[in-house]
Design a protein around this ligand. Structure first.
Ligand SMILES: Nc1ncnc2c1ncn2[C@@H]1O[C@H](COP(=O)(O)OP(=O)(O)OP(=O)(O)O)[C@@H](O)[C@H]1O
Ligand SMILES: [Mg+2]
Length: 252
């Protein structure tokens, strides 16, 4: 595992929103590496910078300073067009808000990135994703005709369909019951184990984090801890430790 190539990395990544008295340091010089074929969960309190980190890594948000690489590609050197292509060809993203196209059916949403790229999904893989996510009898429905959990599963299927190099999921199981949540996580696990894809998700759920190879803890825009081969119990323990008065005092 340790010899794995780098799928994505942030080097001294800072992200500041607003100006003067409204300034928020969402990320403060974060350096982190994600190895190819590894599943990482990012955890931390609300507002700690998890979504900002995912958006910057996926080239969906600009950085204030520092750099982000996908494989060997430094994102800040890319033109808008190159960035769009890189996102389309190499990255799958499940957003905290699902970002489905309301006028397209579930299936059209799922295959949209591939259609735009002029690629065909691997039929057997797509079929297995749709079956395991329980979407097969909802494929002709538009997002407005789907429940929140179904929309989230469509967003997951869309990220998985093209088997991109790296999948980022911002709370991809946030709206799901434990059964659907388990299906999403085990498909992400399969993407890593069977296809050597790289997965990075944000979650607040220690049971979801236990599917990962590694948990990275964020607080106040900084990485404060890391755990390898997590279990739900070890993640919970670490969360409690990070929640001690000493840490809390720093965040106030
Ligand atoms: N567009 C924006 N403009 C100004 N501030 C922002 C913007 N986006 C995020 N922030 C701020 O940056 C900080 C980090 O936000 P972020 O969305 O990354 O948190 P998070 O860890 O994903 O939280 P949650 O668990 O609630 O999703 C927060 O203080 C947030 O208010
Ligand atoms: Mg968030």
């Amino acid at each position: 595992m340790s010899t794995h190539a780098t799928a994505a990395r942030a080097v001294g990544l800072s992200k500041t929103y607003g100006t003067d008295d409204t300034r928020v340091h969402a990320l403060a010089a974060v350096s982190v590496r994600f190895a190819r074929g590894e599943f990482t969960a990012i955890m931390g309190p609300s507002g700690s910078g998890k979504s900002t980190l995912m958006h910057c890594l996926a080239g969906l948000d600009s950085v204030s300073s520092g750099s982000v690489l996908i494989g060997d590609t430094e994102l800040t050197t890319l033109s808008d067009k190159q960035m769009t292509q890189l996102r389309r060809d190499r990255i799958g993203f499940v957003f905290q808000a699902f970002n489905l196209v309301p006028t397209l059916t579930a299936l059209e949403n799922i295959t949209l990135p591939l259609d735009i790229a002029g690629r065909k999904p691997d039929a057997a893989w797509l079929d297995s994703v749709l079956t395991r996510l329980g979407l097969k009898d909802r494929l002709d429905h538009r997002p407005g005709e789907l429940s929140g959990g179904q929309q989230q599963r469509v967003a997951c299927a869309r990220a998985l369909a093209g088997q991109p190099e790296i999948i980022f999921g911002d709370e991809p199981t946030g709206n799901l019951d434990s059964h659907s949540s388990g299906e999403v996580l085990s498909i992400l696990r399969a993407a890593v184990d069977e296809f050597n894809q790289t997965v990075v998700i944000v979650t607040h759920d220690p049971r979801a984090a236990a599917y990962a190879d590694r948990v990275v803890f964020l607080a106040d825009g900084k990485i404060v801890d890391e755990l390898r081969e997590p279990t739900a119990d070890s993640v919970l323990d670490r969360m409690k430790q990070l929640d001690t008065p000493a840490t809390a005092a720093v965040t106030v």
